[in-house]
Write a protein that binds this ligand. Structure first.
Ligand code: PLP
Length: 372
């Protein structure tokens, strides 16, 4: 009879997870909607990627290539890497999850930072380990704070560089200093989802550090600059032992055939990617200066989004702005869950969307404060 009373019970940690909430995609007004809440590119994918999917669509009865060989070879050729050091995932989210699954268990700790990407914490908890959150400095990863938090239980350090939702980065000298301070049994995960957008001489995504060491991996995604978020494609560059472990655990056909075909075509279309970077750089600079001119504080960004901080004033806080913009068809990302209760994250959109947000925020800030 006690069997009647019991029920399947998740492992410890699972019910501590706050499920990931994606950026909203619907406005509250009646008109056109600009979704600026998920860091998607407004330029769409390369036409060559779309054509590649159409070719595959004739043969959906066939299993995909379980090794994603064409894609891994195209990535290896582009960056001058060994194909055998690359593994692809169903989004980089899958790869981050597999790393946690392989290297973390009950009693282990993994270090994340104050405003870090929420997927890390979810995956740490999902594997029964303990997330150890360290402070950032000026909304930027703080290497000293991470090193100070390392214990004998630490198994992984997760950082996004550049980071989401802040858009900030640490120079490569700092990444090297972080690595140098970690014991060799601690895995350093460099999530470089926005690497393609960065135009800074002191930035590197981490290829060299991976090549030189046994305890560093770098993850990348096709969801951002390549405009293939719908297909779920990510990749990881890592040392042989780590790739070997990942290969044993991943699903045998973790990438679908349209995804492999489209990503392979996209990675070869350098002209398309370069144009996307140019478009983005111009708008990041313009958005930052125009929003600052309105009296808002914008965190300096090297990515395709800006973190906008609102006044601590009745009627003018982030939640008020979110509502105001939403009614006018501009969907930004609330980031309270990332430790920014009074900020919104805005992805670079098409010109009409970017200018529309600037105009709307001007009107929003200029209006009389509502009395309660
Ligand atoms: C968008 C993003 C990713 C990409 O995830 P996918 O699963 O590849 O779509 C990874 N890390 C960070 C920090 C991101 O913002």
């Amino acid at each position: 009879m006690s069997e009647l009373m019991t029920k399947p019970t998740p492992r410890p940690g699972i019910m501590d997870i706050a499920a990931y909430v994606p950026g909203k995609s619907h406005g509250t007004g009646a008109g056109k909607v600009h979704k600026l809440s998920s860091n998607e590119t407004p330029l769409g994918p390369s036409p060559k990627a779309v054509a590649a999917i159409q070719a595959v669509a004739e043969h959906l009865e066939l299993y995909p290539d379980g090794q994603s060989s064409a894609l891994r070879e195209a990535i290896a050729a582009k960056y001058g890497l060994n194909t055998s050091n690359i593994i692809c995932g169903n989004g980089s989210d899958e790869l981050l999850g597999l790393l946690a699954h392989i290297y973390l268990g009950h009693g282990d700790e993994a270090i994340i930072t104050e405003h870090g990407f929420l997927v890390y914490k979810i995956q740490i908890l999902a594997n029964g380990a303990t997330p150890v959150t360290v402070k950032e400095k000026d909304q930027t990863v703080d290497v000293d704070a991470i090193l100070a938090a390392v214990t004998e239980r630490t198994k992984i350090v997760f950082i996004a560089n550049p980071a989401n939702p802040t858009g900030t980065y640490i120079p490569f000298s700092e990444v090297r200093r972080l690595h140098a301070g970690l014991p060799s049994n601690v895995l350093l995960v460099l999530d470089a989802a926005y690497a393609e957008y960065v135009r800074r001489n002191d930035y590197e995504a981490g290829l060299e550090l991976v090549a030189e060491n046994g305890n560093v991996v770098m993850t990348r995604t096709f969801s951002k600059i390549y405009g293939l978020a719908a297909l779920r494609v990510g990749w990881l560059y890592g040392p042989h032992d780590i790739i070997d472990a990942l290969e044993r655990v991943r699903g045998p056909f973790n990438l679908n055939a349209p995804a492999i075909a489209a990503a392979t075509a996209a990675v070869k279309d350098d002209a398309f990617t370069r144009a996307a970077v140019d478009f983005n750089t111009g708008w990041i600079e313009r958005l930052t200066s125009e929003l600052t001119a309105l009296g808002l504080t914008v965190t300096p960004s090297v990515t395709n989004f800006v973190l906008i901080h609102f006044p601590d004033e009745d009627g003018k806080r982030a939640a008020d702005a979110d509502r105001y913009l939403s009614e006018r068809g501009y969907i930004l990302r609330a980031v309270a869950g990332y430790g920014f209760p009074n900020a919104l994250r805005m992805s670079v959109g098409v010109e009409e969307a970017n200018l529309g947000v600037i105009e709307a925020l001007k009107a929003f800030l200029g209006r009389e404060a509502k009395t309660a």
